[in-house]
Ligand binder design. Structure first.
Ligand code: SAH
Length: 352
């Protein structure tokens, strides 16, 4: 038996073609799209605005949902981690992070990750497979339904960050398609301006992103101020080194809209990349950008067995930040969220 079509992966146009091929009128496509993305229904049975025979016909060849929540963990700080499984049994992790003003959902783009960043737990899984556009969208649907109820309004609005498991730019096409589906007004209506995608430095895709009309914000994981250290911490640096990466970011800077910034992320590893001298080196690297166009997020390392790193002291984190700020660079320390449930950056490794 061939696998059922996952309609959550379909753009509006694709859904229209699909419905036409079933011999149904076009407006059925709009109803189904709404049912999946605006009402966040997970089965055709629940789409009671469709005639029963159509629902049965859909069920024969298609499905509305594929991901199953296997476990769900709630942190003392309110963060929730969802461990899901694809229909072929690969792990997918998604994190809900409540904040005062707005909620953030951190989604995964791949099951596992092929990059071997030395400080990241997800790396230990290796790449299991790319997620489909529908699997990316479904993560958001599942989390919103869990937090607010099926199809219910999201009172704070939702920001998305592509900072879960995987390297989003190694699954670029599906990522962009998922973002397009999620931006539809008759759907989740999460516009690209609310989305940030983080890359470890897949340089050609940074150029590609810069050219896109509708695109998310960009974050680049740097985490070392020189090639010698970055080669060791993030082996992708051997493919595209710091100069090539910063050059691509320079091109991206030119494509920024009014008041838009892009971000560098820097994981702070105690005694490894967090010295005063390294902060100055980093500031020098970044002085090629307009100060009002770039910012840097400092991420205290989240430790976990078997990672051999430990976080910098809070005192050193403050010093590092001060040195950057003295050079005029906006620096922010990312407060760790959900560490107790293995939901923080670099801790997603399908742990139970
Ligand atoms: N592959 C993409 C998306 C992952 S984003 C990327 O590398 O950008 C997750 C962010 O968390 C990245 O900036 C990554 O460097 C950082 N990170 C990874 N492991 C971490 C850890 N153990 N503690 C803190 N941050 C970590």
């Amino acid at each position: 038996m061939s696998e059922k079509l996952h309609l959550t992966s379909f753009s509006k146009d694709e859904l229209t073609d699909f419905v036409k091929n079933l011999g149904e009128p076009k407006y059925r496509a709009a109803q189904i799209f709404k049912g999946l993305h605006e009402r966040r229904l997970r089965s055709f049975e629940e789409m009671t605005d469709l005639p029963k025979n159509l629902r049965e016909k859909l069920n024969e060849t298609a499905t509305a949902s594929t991901l199953k929540v296997e476990s769900r963990y709630v942190s003392t700080d309110g963060t929730r981690r969802f461990l899901m499984k694809t229909r072929d049994n690969f792990p997918v992790e998604t994190v809900f992070i409540p904040t005062e003003n707005r909620d953030t959902i951190c989604f995964s783009s791949q099951s596992g990750c092929p990059l071997k960043c030395d400080f990241c737990l997800t790396a230990k899984l290796g790449l299991l497979r790319n997620l489909t556009a529908g699997e990316i969208v479904e993560q958001i649907i599942i989390v919103l339904n869990d937090v607010y109820g099926i199809g219910a309004e999201t009172p704070h609005g939702t920001n998305l960050v592509g900072m879960g498991a995987g390297e989003p730019f190694l699954n670029f096409e599906n990522l962009i398609k998922a973002l397009e589906i999620m931006s539809e007004e008759e759907g989740l209506f999460i516009v690209p301006n609310r989305v940030t995608v983080s890359t470890a430095g897949i340089v050609p895709k940074i150029y590609e992103l810069a050219k896109l009309e509708k695109r998310p914000h960009l974050a680049i994981s740097l985490s070392a101020p020189n090639n010698q250290l970055r080669d060791k911490l993030m082996p992708i640096n051997k493919r595209w080194n710091i100069e090539e990466l910063l050059e691509a970011a320079k091109e991206f800077e030119k494509s920024l809209r009014k008041n838009e910034r892009f971000t560098f992320e820097y994981v702070l590893l105690g005694g490894v990349n967090d010295t005063d001298e390294q902060a100055r080196q980093l500031a020098n690297l970044l002085n090629r950008y307009e100060l009002n166009r770039v910012k840097i997020n400092l991420i205290p390392h989240n430790s976990a067995e078997p990672l051999e790193y430990h976080p910098s002291s809070w005192e050193q984190i403050e010093r590092f930040k001060d040195i950057l700020e003295t050079k005029g660079i906006s620096a922010f320390v990312r407060r760790p969220r959900g560490r107790d449930i293995y939901a923080a950056c670099g801790q997603l490794a399908a742990k139970k």
